[in-house]
Design a protein around this ligand. Structure first.
Ligand code: PMP
Length: 382
């Protein structure tokens, strides 16, 4: 059986989350914004419990959590939702990086076309953006810095922690796309100063199609973000539309589990990474690791086998394991990864690169076996 090793793309749903969601679908089928009957009240209770669970893992207040359809929507609201404020204040300068997820890249590009000025930061060869470079780019008219916490392709942790205090002092809004760090780098996220944070439930064993935008209050005031859709007043107008109660419940449950288990999860994922690295060194196959490992999360490895095209490798190992190249969301188009290219990695090495990502609920032995098969194929193809 093929072993799934593409967790950064989407994770299998945790059985406990699924059980809870099924129960919610059966029992709390009301509209959480219906105020005229107890069915609505029950749904509202489920939603508010989930809101507390999301808030708890981040150590924020419940009313700072807004449910969305996922990180793409959260990123769009966080960035596009500042338009009115930008026009009122004349602050139209945005700083972001060239290795953001498309949900940030494309949204910022859209604003650039509308007359915003954008400073695009490029990462260093190690996969990290430089906090000093970002600090130097800040101007009086800087509206926003939008930076991901962990890159989805390389797993490299970006210097958001180093920027939080500085940007708060400069009164520049700070948005972090925490989609790949949420539920994993729990303590780090609690310590970072930010105004807005995006996440998706399906990266942490929750359901697809739900996520959150966290808006931190400063002196009782929310960041000046407006909803980008017209409709109802759900989620205070930040995200109109009927709240999907069971999905939100699943998100909350996944947060509760992550909060209880993140330390064991980190430890197990690190053990798996060490095993993979050991197999690599013992294999005799020539490879390069993309991104400096001291900055990498325990559950991701991006590597290139010299002389082995990733497309050929993925096709020939499909029966053993499921890995990806480029950003998974783009992996049906064969353009070389823009993230690795931005890091200054030579094109051939980029074309040979694959991303492996895993989770703590997996069997150690299954991964070992699958990775060994992958190495045997890589050796044959090289
Ligand atoms: N940001 C990052 C860093 C991601 O990895 C992803 C998912 N690949 C997203 C945003 C978008 O998440 P979703 O597709 O769930 O909206």
């Amino acid at each position: 059986m093929s072993v799934y090793l593409d967790f950064n793309s989407s994770t299998p749903i945790d059985e406990r989350v699924l059980d809870y969601m099924v129960e919610v679908y059966r029992t709390s089928y009301g509209n959480a914004d219906s105020r005229t009957h107890t069915v609505g009240d029950a749904a509202r209770q489920v939603v508010e419990t989930a809101r507390k669970q999301v808030a708890s893992i981040l150590c924020v207040k419940s009313d700072e959590v807004f449910f969305t359809s996922g990180a793409t929507e959260s990123n769009n609201i966080a960035i596009q939702g500042l338009k009115e404020y930008a026009l009122q204040t004349g602050k139209k300068h945005i700083i972001t990086s060239t290795i953001e997820h498309k949900a940030v890249l494309e949204t910022v590009k859209h604003l650039e076309k509308e007359g915003f000025e954008v400073s695009w930061v490029r990462p260093e060869r190690n996969g990290r953006n430089s906090a000093d470079e970002i600090k130097m780019l800040v101007r009086d008219d800087t509206l926003l810095v939008s930076l991901m916490h962990v890159n989805n392709e390389t797993g490299i942790i970006q210097p958001v922690q180093e920027l939080g205090d500085f940007l708060a002092e400069k009164k520049v809004l700070f948005h972090i796309d925490a989609t790949q760090s949420f539920g994993k780098l729990v303590e780090e996220l609690r310590a970072i100063k930010y105004d807005m944070l995006s996440m998706s439930a399906h990266k942490i064993g929750g359901p697809q199609g739900v996520g959150a935008l966290v808006l931190r209050k400063k002196r009782y005031k929310f960041p000046p973000v407006k909803g980008i859709m017209y409709g109802g007043q759900q989620e205070h107008g930040i995200r109109p539309g009927t709240i999907p109660v069971a999905l939100v419940a699943g998100l909350g449950k996944a947060c509760e589990i992550a909060e209880n288990e993140y330390l064991q999860q980190q430890e197990k994922c690190m053990r798996i990474k060490k095993m993979i690295l050991k197999l690599l060194t013992e294999s005799g196959v020539v490879y390069e690791i993309n991104g400096e490992q001291k900055f990498c999360i325990p559950s991701t490895l991006n590597l290139s086998f010299t002389g082995v095209s990733s497309e050929a490798l993925m096709l020939s190992t499909k029966q053993y394991c499921g890995v990806s190249n480029g950003s998974a969301c783009n992996s049906n188009s064969y353009a070389p990864s823009y993230v690795l290219m931005a890091m200054g990695i030579p094109t051939e090495q980029v074309e040979n690169s694959i991303r492996i990502s895993w989770g703590d609920k997996m069997e150690y032995e299954d991964i070992r076996r699958a990775f060994k098969e992958l190495l045997t194929v890589a050796k044959k193809l090289s």
